[in-house]
Ligand binder design. Structure first.
Ligand SMILES: [Fe+2]
Length: 208
């Protein structure tokens, strides 16, 4: 990948990752649109592909605005994630004010919202070829039913709301499932190879 930039949502501190090759890019988790648009414009990058690590609102609050501005960008999601973004309970936007309160941001007004459905439904083990790179999707249920990790060329792993520095995975939100986490996701995360670069949904990337 020639370049990777992180755009952080100041409200929820969610990371949006932009992977660029020449002037085209992939956007993972557009959690807001203001900073993201500025970054894209400053660099002259045009999104071609949009992916989500999961269906929570803090990872896709900028999704529809991004698609409106760049109508040629293809938004691909698994069926479960696509169901989740269209449900205010599963996408957590309905309880975001409470969540923000407990994250030390009281008194913030947050309107529940849903997003438009994906342009393309992909499998939970899909591989997407993009400009010479392979983006490999892996289902990681537990935090949400539609959580997926995304490998970039097997060298970088976008972990969503797992492997956040100094935080245990949150499994108690609507749709959260500790059993799936313990059965599927925890063993998978433990099997990630040492040396791989982890790009979490919050906090700084690090090398495993
Ligand atoms: Fe989340």
């Amino acid at each position: 990948m020639s370049q990777m930039v992180i755009s952080v949502d100041p409200l929820t501190e969610s990371n949006c990752y932009i992977l660029a090759e020449e002037k085209k890019c992939v956007v993972i988790d557009p959690g807001e649109s203001g900073r993201l648009f500025r970054t894209l414009e400053e660099r002259g990058w045009e999104p071609e592909l949009i992916l989500l690590t999961h269906e929570h609102c803090d990872h896709m609050a900028g999704l529809d605005a991004l698609r409106e501005r760049y109508p040629h960008a293809r938004f691909a999601a698994t069926k479960i994630c696509n169901d989740g973004i269209r449900n205010t309970r599963l996408n957590m936007s309905r309880i975001m004010e409470v969540y923000l309160y407990f994250r030390g941001k009281p008194g913030i007004h947050y309107d529940p919202f849903v997003c438009r459905p994906a342009d393309e439904i992909i499998g939970e083990d899909a591989q997407i070829l993009w400009r010479g790179h392979i983006l490999r999707i892996v289902s990681t249920p537990g935090h949400t039913p539609g959580s997926t990790g995304i490998f970039l060329d097997e060298k970088v792993f976008f972990s969503g709301d797992y492997l956040i520095p100094d935080e245990e995975p949150l499994l108690r939100f609507p749709g959260g499932d500790a059993e799936s986490y313990e059965k599927i996701t925890e063993p998978f995360l433990r099997s990630l190879p040492a040396g791989i670069r982890i790009c979490p949904g919050h906090g700084e990337p690090f090398v495993l």
